[in-house]
Ligand binder design. Structure first.
Ligand code: GDP
Ligand code: MG
Length: 296
């Protein structure tokens, strides 16, 4: 299948936390596979989302974002993953928020590769009170780096996403498709189930629990049209466990119910979900635990 004219390539989406990378990826591939949250840094893994159209296959890599405040082992591993994710791709998409370019954005900009096409996405244009502000901002950004294209979008409202697709397509190499056309992600359902549950934990728990929560799927079986999933939420301390479980287990039950509904939608089947909470002290600084969780 070496049809001439076919383009296939890897695209890395980078940017500081909260600029809308996961939202952009989800809307580009029209399926919720990468988790989003108002809180920063809920995405800890590289996720491949794949968009296939008539001529091209876009293989997206979502990144956890650069962390600049904390210096635990986990953050270092995450930063390394981000840097690596820019090395083995064909195009880098750098996301910023319309009208905002701060120190954290600059730190990501400094890491951008000089030997690859970098497309700048100016996201959240729907939040701009005055569209006239866009032009000077685009000009300012054009002055700080040699972008191969600058595309203002609203990921949330699906605006200008096809313009972005075309800007990326220009830089994809001619290659046959690497994935089957109906494949949305190369991550296993097991992994996606864990991400969906972890997203619910972040949404429900607010500021009480730091970014030290992890989800492990202990068992995942398919029985006809039923997926039976046993999941474990790992936290660092006893009091975090109590917070997650809530009064009479209500919080945990709500999270599990929401996660189960999302899983049923994503997998197109019934889901039986059981969730436990376990204390695993100090795992964020334990490189062995990181390895076993698949970060390296
Ligand atoms: P990430 O940390 O870069 O992956 O950012 P997320 O995708 O998790 O998005 C962070 C927040 O920004 C979420 O609350 C999104 O709903 C919101 N967001 C993302 N894109 C847009 C957009 O185009 N417009 C608006 N108004 N909000 C957006
Ligand atoms: Mg994200």
């Amino acid at each position: 299948m070496n049809a001439p004219g076919y383009k296939t390539g890897y695209i890395s989406i980078v940017g500081r936390p909260n600029v809308g990378k996961s939202t952009l990826l989800n809307h580009l591939i029209k399926q919720k596979i990468s988790i989003t949250s108002r809180k920063a840094q809920t995405t800890r893994h590289r996720i491949h989302g794949i968009l296939t159209d008539a001529q091209s296959q876009f293989i997206f890599v979502d990144t956890p974002g650069f962390q600049t405040r904390h210096r635990s082992q986990l953050n270092q591993v995450m930063n390394r993953v981000v840097l690596q994710s820019m090395q083995d791709v064909d195009v880098v998409v750098f996301v910023v928020e319309a009208g905002r370019f701060g120190r954290e954005d600059e730190q990501v900009l400094e890491q951008l590769p000089r030997n690859l096409p970098v497309v700048l996405v100016i996201n959240k244009i729907d939040l701009l009170p005055d569209k006239l502000q866009l032009l000077p901002f685009m000009q300012k950004m054009a002055d700080v780096f040699e972008f191969s294209a600058i595309v203002p979008v609203s990921a949330l409202q699906n605006r200008q996403l096809s313009a972005l697709i075309e800007a990326i397509r220009q830089h994809l190499p001619e290659n046959p498709f690497l994935f089957a056309e109906d494949e949305i992600t190369d991550r296993s359902e097991r992994f996606l189930a864990a991400e969906l549950l972890r997203e619910k934990v972040f949404r429900q728990i607010g500021e009480e629990v730091p970014y030290s929560v992890s989800v492990v799927i202990e068992q995942f079986t398919v029985e006809g049209n039923l997926r039976r999933i046993y999941a474990c939420i790992l936290v660092e301390r006893e009091n975090q466990k109590a917070i997650i479980i809530g009064k009479q287990g209500k919080k945990l039950k709500d999270m599990a119910t929401q996660a189960r509904k999302d899983m049923e939608m994503l997998f197109g089947s019934k889901v039986y979900l059981e969730v436990w909470v376990k204390v695993k002290s100090g795992w964020a600084d334990d490189i062995t635990a990181l390895k076993s969780l698949g970060y390296e």
